[in-house]
Design a protein around this ligand. Structure first.
Ligand code: GLA
Ligand code: ZN
Length: 666
């Protein structure tokens, strides 16, 4: 287990570094991330490198037992570089250059930028390949974090054309796949193909989503490949320079505009940035949990949190200061879900720059106070428990399937203004948490056989081999849950002409006879023997073929029509959920599904706000993390676990877990 901080020695006089390093050591920190925005200091002029300050910082830190992940600084290209070559800026959908003055203002496909990025990565690789304190690399920083996953410049168009030629071979095939006969969009050659930037139908404040859906989807797929290539180019540069240190990139949790399963293939380990509440967002604990699970699912192994919130956070306004106990709780949550390193962002709040308000462990004055003490306590506890549980891993019997292709498609055409693919995934995850279990996050391409239950919400883009894979899985005894819109489209983003749910119709044993996007209308009641719920976004009207009805609509014109069905298929079962559900309804449904699938929670009857994460240790024994996300104490029902490894105290019968407290049961 590594605990650390994101540290910016270049923001402070060198005379302070020793104090910082000593304070870090004192708190039990053993790792820092450095230099990911320091290009102008590392290469002040083209081809002139200055690593002396970074060497000196590493020397000070390593004297205190602290090692570093170094960032390649390509997220912040310096002014001299942007002035030196034409056409390196990112261009928005309106054709406007997204200029200098913040960061990530570059185009992944600019050959000049790629050369500059390759050179700085190679120079750093050559300089630090044998440095004992450099334990790895972070390539760039948060690809896509400022909508820069897209760019509409001419380099990007040419790259898209190249990509399309490989994919489609002939322009006739492209025209067919996209359906360009619609509105006379037929292309006579690949070179005529456009990027989906600003278009007539967008109006004055458009979102650029009125383009052909096939074009939009392929554009996003191409962008992922471009970004993967940019990452790979830097990894190659490091390797050619002789560095063997592992590489990572800091991902962004539930962000879904880059296919993270693909991006993760290019790194040795995944890391991500976990900000629970800040200027732009405050997410519920289930969302943090789902993000951790997604990050662990990308490579099916433990991951790092490269930036863990450690203070009030914002750029122009600040989110609430984490309350006493929350930093510790968030860290335990990360660890429970499989973090093998937690690096707090940032060591100390900066006196200048756009992130003056994004606080760290220390405030501006650099005096250690409550948050420092909490981090130190957490570092000690985590290290101790990690020694005890080393080799252990979270274990789940359920997999939630995430599809970035589907996320792209839903984003352009969400069906309903209230629909959001990520939010739907989260609603299923929350339903699992309410039943005391967690799940793995997997791609449809992964091996699904270890799971008793798999859930694929709104999986609309679907291929025949995928449908076949699901049928095989269920016929062998698995249980699958699909929801409205699953099977509604072809992989190229065209609507299917099959009767819905398309390729899933046999498996689900149900026909969708009609659907209703609840836009202006009232929410619709969904009732079953166990359920009194509400749908407020979407209703599929179902006609069971071989399936049985689990719940029906009540009220409105669909009164009495099946809403949720379950079909026996081979040795397993396929559930079809034709509507969205409120939280209680989802919890009831998933409770019944879990029970039917033979998945029992490790502790029954956990109160709301308490999260359970089950581990299997190397010796085969189980450990259970209980995290109380509420600020008030929670009563924990009796279970088969006998000891709280964190306090060393025995547990038996009913007992109380304090507000923001964690227990590690063994
Ligand atoms: C992201 C970036 C950091 C920092 C924080 C806070 O996570 O990776 O560099 O900007 O946000 O804004
Ligand atoms: Zn571009």
């Amino acid at each position: 287990m590594l605990i650390g901080a994101d540290y910016y020695p270049e923001h402070w006089p060198a005379s302070r570094w020793e104090t910082d390093a000593a304070m870090m050591e004192q708190a039990g920190l053993t790792v820092v991330r450095l230099a990911e925005f320091a290009w102008a200091k590392l290469e002040p002029e083209e081809g002139v490198y200055d690593f002396s300050w970074l060497d000196q910082a590493l020397a000070v830190l390593s004297a205190h037992g602290i090692r570093a992940v170094l960032g390649t600084p390509t997220a912040a290209p310096p002014k001299w570089l942007m002035d030196r070559y034409e056409g390196m800026y990112n261009v928005d959908g309106y054709g406007r250059k997204r200029g200098f003055g913040s960061r990530r203002h570059y185009c992944f496909n600019s050959p000049d930028y790629q050369n500059a990025a390759r050179r700085i990565a190679a120079a750093m690789g050559a300089h630090y390949k044998n440095h004992p304190a450099v334990l790895g690399w972070q390539i760039d920083n948060e690809f896509g974090c400022h909508n820069d996953e897209v760019c509409y410049c001419e380099h990007c168009r040419r790259e898209f054309v190249r990509w399309l030629k490989i994919k489609y071979a002939t322009v006739e095939e492209l025209n067919r796949a996209w359906g360009t006969v619609f509105w006379s969009q037929t292309y006579r050659s690949f070179d005529e193909v456009i990027l989906p930037g600003y278009a007539q139908c967008d109006g004055e404040n458009g979102r650029n989503f009125c383009h052909n859906p096939g074009l939009l989807l392929d554009y996003m797929r191409c962008r992922t490949d471009n970004i993967c290539a940019f990452l790979q180019m830097q990894v190659d540069a490091l390797r050619q320079a002789g560095s063997r240190q592992p590489v990572t990139h800091n991902f962004m949790g539930t962000y879904d505009r880059i296919d993270y399963f693909k991006l993760a293939k290019g790194v040795d380990f995944v890391s991500w940035d976990n900000y629970i509440r800040h200027q732009w967002q405050a997410y519920p604990f289930e969302e943090a949990a789902l993000a951790h699970e997604t990050m662990r699912g990308l490579k099916k192994k433990k991951f790092w949190v490269m930036e863990q919130q450690s203070g009030p956070a914002g750029w122009s306004v600040m989110g609430d200061t984490p309350r006493p106990g929350q930093l510790r709780l968030w860290s335990w949550q990360a660890y429970a879900h499989g973090a093998q390193a937690i690096v707090y962002f940032r060591w100390r709040a900066c006196l200048f720059g756009a992130e003056q308000y994004w606080h760290g462990i220390l405030d501006y004055d650099g005096v250690p106070r409550r948050r420092y003490r909490e981090v130190a306590q957490t570092a000690g506890e985590l290290t101790r428990i990690d020694t005890l549980l080393s080799g252990g891993m979270p274990v789940n019997e359920t997999a939630l399937i995430k599809s970035y292709d589907n996320a792209f498609s839903h984003r352009f055409q969400p069906h309903n203004p209230k629909f959001d693919y990520n939010a739907l995934l989260l609603s299923y995850y929350e339903g699992l948490v309410r039943n005391g279990v967690s799940c793995d996050v997997r791609s449809i391409d992964d091996d699904l056989s270890p799971y008793k239950l798999i859930i694929l919400p709104a999986f609309q883009l679907l291929t025949t081999p995928m449908a076949k894979k699901l049928e095989d899985y269920v016929s062998r005894g698995g249980q699958v849950v699909v929801s409205f819109r699953s099977g509604a489209r072809e992989w190229n983003n065209q609507m299917t002409e099959r009767t819905l749910p398309g390729l899933l119709r046999d498996l689900a044993g149900v026909t969708v006879t009609e659907f209703n996007s609840i836009f202006y209308g009232e929410p619709i009641a969904v009732q079953g023997p166990h359920m009194a719920a509400t749908a407020s976004i979407w209703c599929d009207l179902l006609e069971p073929d071989t399936a049985e009805c689990y719940a029906r609509y009540a009220g409105d014109y669909c009164e009495g029509t099946a809403a949720i069905t379950v079909n026996c298929y081979g040795k397993g079962k396929a559930w079809y959920v034709g509507c969205d559900l409120d939280k209680d309804g989802m919890a009831v449904l998933l409770g019944d599904i879990l029970k039917g699938a033979g998945i029992a929670p490790p502790v029954r009857g956990l109160p709301d706000g308490v999260e359970a994460v089950l581990w299997k240790q190397e010796n085969g024994r189980k450990a259970l993390f209980l995290l109380n996300h509420a600020k008030t104490p929670a009563v924990i029902p009796a279970s088969s676990f006998s000891c709280n490894l964190l306090t060393g105290e025995p547990v038996s019968g009913e007992w109380t877990l304090g507000g923001y407290e964690t227990a590690v049961l063994g």
